[in-house]
Design a protein around this ligand. Structure first.
Ligand SMILES: Cc1cc2nc3c(=O)[nH]c(=O)nc-3n(C[C@H](O)[C@H](O)[C@H](O)COP(=O)(O)OP(=O)(O)OC[C@H]3O[C@@H](n4cnc5c(N)ncnc54)[C@H](O)[C@@H]3O)c2cc1C
Length: 328
C-alpha cells in the first residue's frame, strides 16, 4: 500500500524510459520524487515490447538493446534512490484546495505537490490472434512478446504480422531460430524501407497474402492453417512456435477522467511541457505539440524541461541550476 501521509515534490506517472529519466533528473535537482508504474517492471515499451532489438537513435550509443538501455537507465536512476511503486496504476488525479494532488491508485492513495504524466501509449496489451485456440498454448506455442530470444533458439518459428515490429522480430529471430516464416495477409509490408530491404535479402520465408484461420496441435508442434486472401486456396505450415505481432491495444481511456486537455487521445502541452492544469506536466509518447516526434530521444529532451519548469513553479525562490557538474 502507498503511504498517503508523505507529501512528494514530484510524482511521475509511468516508468518507461522517459519517466525513468525524468525521475533521475528530478533526483539531480534534489526533488523528493516517486515513480508509479502499472507493470511489474520499469522500462515501458523498450523493456516490454523490444528488449532484444538494437536501438540506433539514442545519443551516445552506436547501438544498444532495449534491455541494456533499460538497465543503464535504472542504474542511473538508482543513484538517487527514488521511491518506485511497481504494479500500481494511477486511476485518478484529484486536485486539492491547497494546490497539491491526491493520486488514487490501484494500491491506495498518494499525495504530491506536482505531477509529470509519462504514460506513453497507456497501459498496453497485445492484439490477439482472431482464432479460437487452446488458451494453454499461450507462452508455449503462441507468443505475443519477443522477450527472450533463447526460447526460439533452433526452433521453426512463424511470425504473424506486417508492420515494423513484426519485421524486426523476424529479423532478430533469423539469427537464432532454425527457420523463420513471416505470414502476412497483404503482399506489401508496412515496415521501414531499410527493414523491408533487409527482409528481402534474409533467409526468412515470406508467406503472403495469407491469413491464419485455424491452429491445431500435431505431435508437439503447431500447425497453422493458412487461407490465401481473396481465394479459396489453403495451405498448412507446421512450426514450433508462433509469434504474433498484430500490434498493441493501448488504453489511454483513463486520461478522460483526469481533466487534461486532449488532442486525438494525446495530452496537449505547451513548449514548457505544461498541461492545462497548473503543476501537471506531461512528457514522452503521451504528449502532443506541433512537431512532436515519438522517439526516446525527444522524450529524453522533454524530461528536463518538465522537471525544471515544475520545480520553478513549486519553489519559485530556488535557483534552478542548469549543468550537472556534480550529481550528489
Ligand atoms: C517495436 C518498437 C520499436 C521502437 N523502436 C524505437 C527506436 O529504435 N528508437 C526510438 O527512439 N524509439 C523507438 N520506439 C518508440 C519508443 O519505444 C517510445 O518512444 C518510448 O518507449 C516512449 O517512452 P515513454 O516513457 O514515453 O512511454 P512508454 O515506453 O510507453 O512507457 C510508459 C509507461 O507508463 C506505464 N503506464 C501507463 N499507464 C499508466 C498508469 N495509469 N499508471 C501507472 N503507469 C502507467 C506503462 O505501463 C509504461 O511502462 C519503438 C517502439 C516500438 C513499439
Amino acid at each position: 500500500m502507498l503511504d498517503s501521509n508523505h507529501l512528494f515534490d514530484i510524482t511521475i506517472i509511468g516508468g518507461g524510459p522517459v519517466g525513468i529519466f525524468a525521475a533521475y533528473y528530478a533526483g539531480m535537482r534534489k526533488a523528493d520524487v516517486q515513480i508509479i508504474e502499472s507493470l511489474p517492471e520499469l522500462g515501458g515499451q523498450v523493456a516490454t515490447l523490444y528488449p532484444e532489438k538494437q536501438i540506433f537513435d539514442v545519443a551516445g550509443f552506436t547501438g544498444i538493446t532495449g534491455a541494456q538501455l533499460t538497465a543503464n537507465l535504472i542504474e542511473q536512476l538508482n543513484l538517487f534512490k527514488p521511491t518506485i511503486q511497481l504494479s500500481t496504476a494511477v486511476k485518478n488525479i484529484q486536485p486539492q484546495a491547497d494546490g497539491t494532488f491526491i493520486l488514487e491508485t490501484t494500491n491506495g492513495k498518494t499525495h504530491t505537490r506536482g505531477v509529470i504524466v509519462a504514460i506513453g501509449n497507456g497501459a498496453f496489451t497485445p492484439r490477439k490472434l482472431a482464432v479460437d485456440y487452446n488458451p494453454n498454448w499461450d507462452n508455449h506455442y503462441v507468443h505475443y512478446f519477443a522477450k527472450q530470444m533463447d526460447q526460439f533458439k533452433d526452433q521453426v518459428v512463424a511470425v504473424a504480422g506486417g508492420g515494423d515490429s513484426a519485421i524486426e522480430w523476424a529479423l532478430m529471430l533469423e539469427k537464432v531460430a532454425k527457420q523463420v516464416y513471416l505470414v502476412h495477409r497483404r503482399d506489401q509490408f508496412r515496415g521501414l524501407e531499410s527493414s523491408v530491404d533487409a527482409l528481402k535479402t534474409s533467409s526468412i520465408k515470406i508467406k503472403t497474402p495469407f491469413l491464419i484461420d485455424a491452429l491445431t496441435e500435431t505431435e508437439q508442434q503447431l500447425t497453422l492453417n493458412l487461407k490465401k486472401m481473396k481465394s479459396t486456396d489453403q495451405e498448412t505450415l507446421t512450426v514450433d512456435k508462433l509469434l504474433v505481432n498484430y500490434g498493441f491495444i493501448s488504453d489511454t481511456k483513463i486520461l478522460r477522467d483526469w481533466n487534461l486537455t486532449l488532442d486525438h487521445h494525446q495530452v496537449s502541452v505547451n513548449q514548457q511541457m505544461a498541461t492545462n492544469i497548473p503543476n501537471i506536466y506531461a512528457i514522452g509518447d503521451i504528449v502532443t505539440y506541433p512537431g512532436k516526434v515519438k522517439l526516446i530521444a525527444s522524450g529524453f529532451g522533454e524530461a528536463p524541461i518538465a522537471v525544471t519548469e515544475l520545480l520553478t513553479s513549486l519553489f519559485p525562490e530556488k535557483r534552478q541550476p542548469l549543468h550537472s557538474t556534480s550529481i550528489m
